[in-house]
Every structure is written in C-alpha cells, then in structure tokens.
Ligand binder design. Structure first.
Ligand code: ZN
Length: 290
C-alpha cells in the first residue's frame, strides 16, 4: 500500500478525523538515520504524528514537531508541509534499551521528563510556537495532550510502528479524531469505546486495511464526507544555499579553522544525509568581511 493520508469530516461538522499509512516513509527514515529498533519505533511514531497534524496545512505552510527528553535519543524532529512531504531526524539513533513488558521502551528511550515543541510556519511574520511537558513520552498521548490543552481541540491520537525480525518496518501509521466546537457530547464516549475496541493500528495496517477502511469502522453510523486524500513521501528539501547560510552563521573564527585544518568543509544534512562539500576558497568568500 502506497503511503497516504485520508481526512474526513462528519456531515454535521462536529468531528474531524485523519488516518495515515507511513510504512515506506518510516523505512526510508530508518535507513537514513541508522536507528536501532526502539529508536525506529519512537521516531516512526513522531513521523506518523507529523503526517496527521500536517494534513491541516495549506499552501506554503509547514509544521515541525520536536521532542526533547532526558532519555538516550535526546532530541527527535519530524517535519512536514501541506503537500505530504516529510522528513525526520534524531540526535542519537541508538536507544540501546531492553524491551519493557514485551514492548519497545519508547518512553525510556525518549525519557519521561522533557518537552514537546510544535512549530508552525503559517506564512506569518513569526512562526507559531507551542510547547507542553511530555505526558507519557509514548508520543501519541503527548500529541493528544498538546492538541487538547494547548490548541484546545479535544483529540485522540493513535500511532503505531511494528518491525520485522530483521528490523525493517512491518507497518507504520496512525489515526487521529478531533472534536470540533459544538460537538455532540454523546458522540465522544461512543468513539472512545470504538477506539478501545479496535486492534492496534499496526495490526489493522498489516491486515491490509486502508486508512479509509479504518475511518469507516470508527465512524460507523456517523455520516461523513472525505475532505482530502494525499500521498505521503520522503522529501528533504535541503539545498546548497541553505547549507551555505548555516556555514556563514558559524562565524569568522570557525570558518578560518576549517580552512587551515581541512582547506574546506563537508557538511552532512541531518535529515537526508546528503553531503555538501565546500572548498577552502568558498569558505574564504563566506567570511563576514570577505
Ligand atoms: Zn537534506
């Protein structure tokens, strides 16, 4: 199944939901980042969360999720735009933690204490920045907690990543349900019950269920319309001018050191791992008073 996302709205406008399959994307990110299994699951969940939240972006808008925690992974990033392009990275790709209660110890890898940052570039002068303390450090609950408390949109988020025995991604994806203002109070407990009754997201995806089929089960008896369907792809979007700008930002002394030591610099993009090479002459020209 090609990675994609489906977004629906109940006919009365009171409930919104999205579901995504991100198996291919997560495998691409796993290979680029060289993550161990626990790190793969943690980053894969954040990536699926970014895909779901990104489905509300328009035009040139962008969304970034960052988790900073006290665990071995230290810092995780996932970014997306309105066109279903995603990328992700993390500070330390190796959690090196044993399973806990038979599951990957994602909360341990992220760390129980820390913050979730949400940065939205909505094309305004300054990006919107939201932040909450980590709630469970399992990612889905942290995103739901952020959406419910910080954005005041009551939300339920389910994210899943399952691995094959060789570490490759078996299935990855998730879904999210949001109550809009004026939502019928009776609907929420009904949906909660249905959510609890559903098998884990990865089981549904591995059974070959599409995002549409998952949403149909959730919304059985609740009339809805499909608001959008979009393919999801890995795309970094980094380029030489961007990397140059970063290099210029390191300052005169550090540039001089790179020139003297290596007569150039090799800068690797943290997301796609592409390497950009700069000669000593190019570095010379970047000096502020060159
Ligand atoms: Zn890149």
């Amino acid at each position: 199944m090609k990675d994609h996302l489906v977004r629906i709205l109940s006919k009365d406008g009171s409930l919104r939901a999205m579901a995504a399959v991100t198996t291919g994307l997560t495998e691409t990110v796993r290979r680029k980042q060289g993550t161990d299994p626990t790190a793969t699951v943690a980053l894969g969940r954040l990536l699926a969360g970014a895909a779901l939240m990104g489905s509300l972006l328009k035009g040139d808008q962008r969304l970034a999720l960052m988790i900073e925690g006290g665990g071995p992974l230290q810092r995780l990033h996932a970014e997306t735009d309105a066109h279903g392009h995603l990328r992700a990275s993390l500070k330390n790709p190796v959690a090196d933690l044993p399973p806990k209660d038979g599951r990957f110890d994602v909360a341990g890898a992220i760390g129980r204490a820390g913050f979730l940052h949400v940065i939205k570039d909505l094309g305004l002068k300054d990006p919107y920045r939201g932040m909450v303390q980590l709630y469970t450090s399992e990612v889905a609950e942290d995103l739901a907690y952020y959406l419910t408390t910080s954005e005041q949109v009551p939300s339920t988020v389910a994210l899943g990543v399952s691995l094959e025995t060789d570490g490759r991604i078996g299935a990855s994806g998730g879904f999210m349900v949001q109550a809009m203002p004026g939502c019928d109070e009776a609907l929420l407990p009904l949906l909660e019950l249905r959510l609890q009754g559903l098998p884990p997201t990865t089981t549904l995806l591995q059974q070959g269920q599409t995002p549409t089929a998952i949403l149909e089960q959730l919304f059985e008896g609740i009339p809805f319309t499909v608001q959008g369907e979009i393919d999801l792809d890995f795309r970094c979007g980094c380029n030489r001018p961007q990397i140059e700008a970063v290099l210029k930002g390191v300052g005169q002394d550090e540039l001089q050191e790179m020139i003297e030591k290596d007569n150039g610099a090799a800068v690797t993009c943290e997301y796609c791992k592409e390497q950009y090479l700069f000669s000593g002459e190019e570095l010379e020209a970047m000096k502020p008073n060159a």
